[in-house]
Design a protein around this ligand. Sequence first.
Ligand code: KG4
Ligand code: ZN
Length: 335
Amino acid sequence: MKVLGIETSCDETGIAVYDSDLGLQAHALFSQVDIHAEYGGVVPELASRDHVRRILPLIERVLNDADLAKCGIDAIAYTRGPGLIGALMVGASVAQALAFVLKVPTIGVHHMEGHLLAPMLEENPPAFPFVALLVSGGHTQLVAVKSIGDYELLGESVDDAAGEAFDKAAKMLGLGYPGGPVIAKLATQGTAGRYRFPRPMTDRPGLDFSFSGLKTYTLNTVMGAKDKDTFDLQTQADIAYAFQEAVVETLAIKCRRALKQVNMDTLVIAGGVSANIVLRKRLEAMATKLGAQVFYARPEFCTDNGAMIAYAGCQRLLAGQSDKLGIKPKPRWPM
Ligand code: KG4
Ligand code: ZN
């Protein structure tokens, strides 16, 4: 089965073809990061307009790359939610119009299920069951995954998502958008030990997270340095380092707790923040001590992409699911 995947939930137009027998055939992405950078975050209206502009040329390119322009595809998977409603509408409308004309089934995929399954596209995929840490711009969740569709939420953020915290901290530091990669880069120049940020909610039992306090802590640290006239490049790097350490250590503590709680020895990390090298190394060190293994996707499949949607949709279709025509994106949708 050859599935066209369409991702338009936020600020990337992602298109791919996944073949259930042959694997990933082609994928392409158009990132809108330059469009939103000057606003310091995603502007929903601009995102929708750009998806409209990019989506059909990108589909044409991917179908040509996959040599499918003539012989065609068997089904279309698109991100149904959660995400920005206007952006989701673009992908859903195009998916269903194409499916109508081509007379093939469609399946609306949960964006976070796409992230969760993205490591399955790698050469050495994880085996079920596993604990998944989903860390994106909109979500921070720990999930026990027994099989496709069998997900038990173990814990989640009670306020900001980890990626959102990176983005907000970067803004306070006067850095660009998205914040994760810029903080990670600057942190490599940071001095260990100059600042120590709190590790929220690690001193009590449970698997929930809270990252909004770190935002306030970052702001106070930045203001303090500015007051003392010490807010230079080194200070920015030292704050970036301390901030990243706090997020990474907090995530590692909770992942360790989750693996022990459900007695599993496989950890999957997915979503934009799972591209973070320091996080990957820290989780690997933690897992090694527990006798566990860590799996993640290649960096381009950690952030939003069409391949994860094509893959997740394909699994759902193979399990006999599909949707009726009729567009009902879900901007809010628990997994
Ligand atoms: O999964 P994703 O592309 O979109 C959502 O579904 O939200 O995640 C985007 C988030 C942004 O908040 C971005 O700052 C963060 O992932 N991110 C990172 C890194 N790369 C992207 N955070 C930390 N370190 C990174 N290297
Ligand atoms: Zn995402």
